[in-house]
Write a protein that binds this ligand. Structure first.
Ligand SMILES: [Zn+2]
Length: 319
């Protein structure tokens, strides 16, 4: 058994399409598992845009209700096996509407899969930087409709370098008006300015946010407004942000007082689990079980849950 496998964990940043079970995909496609693994896993380190290309194949598979439902159910099962007690799973619903499904069909199928599992989990709907504003607004409208019915929030993903966060002010003003909470992928391939914008828009958490390390001012703001980063260590190495694990700024961020949570981003593309991430953090930075328990407490504190639900999860973390 791997170290930390039994430690109770919280996962706040995990994409459904990047976390498909190769065995289930092999059943869908009638291809052998090793061939599927070759197609689903990243083969070599590139930049964020190379990494984003890895989503084309899994997305091409998720075009009917049954598969979306199964994908969500199996992911919840796998997270539970990794001792995850609560997860916020994210997905880009519009990417699954190329054939017969509309956005609501997609969201309902995934929620059904989550509800069929025994894991406590909620859904975050991603807007994409590459899309028209009207399409992204549609995602906000759908999120609003399903808030408190399994959807927790919205997010913004996609090519940050090509579409800076500052261009999306109107979108997040609209989300605020509609009462839809949000997280934003920011300060990953972009700069600390993207994080600064995400903070000013009102993001509850920052997806990645590692570029905060380049700006004292941004780190101070994260601390002042108590906004945690969703750190995804392996993903940051795979997208070429850091050539080696030891180059990652997590330790310096933590030492500066910035709150971090630990996440996988894409379990299958990056061939990782939370247990693996904890082991890497232990190996390269010396983080211990005490640190991981603390980080999971932050994750619960900043999860999209009621106070009562948070209290219940905090009790479970202590066990
Ligand atoms: Zn992500």
């Amino acid at each position: 058994m791997k170290k930390y496998e039994n430690l109770k964990k919280v996962e706040l940043h995990c994409h459904l399409d990047g976390s498909l079970d190769p065995v289930r995909v092999s059943k869908w496609t009638r291809k052998n598992v090793s061939e599927i693994i070759d197609k689903l896993r990243l083969q070599r380190q590139g930049d964020l845009n190379d990494y984003l290309k890895m989503f084309e194949y899994p997305i091409s598979l998720l075009h009917n209700r049954q598969r979306l439902k199964e994908a969500a159910e199996v992911l919840c099962r796998d997270l539970k096996k990794d001792s995850v007690i609560y997860a916020e799973i994210r997905m880009d619903p519009l990417s699954h509407t190329k054939k017969d499904l509309n956005v609501k069909d997609v969201v309902e199928a995934v929620l059904e899969g989550i509800n069929n599992s025994t894991l406590k989990a909620k859904l975050i709907l991603c807007m994409k930087r590459e899309r028209e504003e009207a399409e992204n607004k549609m995602v906000i409208d759908v999120a609003k409709k399903y808030l408190k019915k399994g959807v927790a929030a919205i997010d913004l993903s996609g090519s940050e370098g090509d579409y800076p966060t500052r261009c999306f002010k109107n979108l997040f003003l609209y989300a605020k008006e509609q009462g839809v909470p949000f997280v934003i992928h920011a300060g990953e391939a972009g700069t600390s300015d993207d994080i600064n914008c995400a903070i000013s828009f009102g993001a509850s958490r920052i997806g990645h946010g590692v570029k905060a390390i380049t700006s004292f001012e941004v780190m101070e703001k994260l601390k002042k407004y108590d906004i945690p980063l969703e750190i995804c260590l392996t993903s940051n190495v795979h997208t070429g942000l850091y050539p080696k694990y030891s180059d990652h700024p997590i330790m310096r961020l933590v030492d500066s007082g910035v709150k971090v949570t630990i996440n996988t981003d894409n379990r299958t593309i990056s061939n990782t689990t939370l247990t693996d991430e904890y082991n890497l953090l232990n190996k390269y930075f010396g983080f211990t079980i005490t640190d991981f328990v603390e980080m999971n407490r932050y994750a619960v504190k900043h999860a999209f849950l009621s106070d009562k639900e948070k209290e219940e999860l905090l009790k479970q973390l202590e066990k």
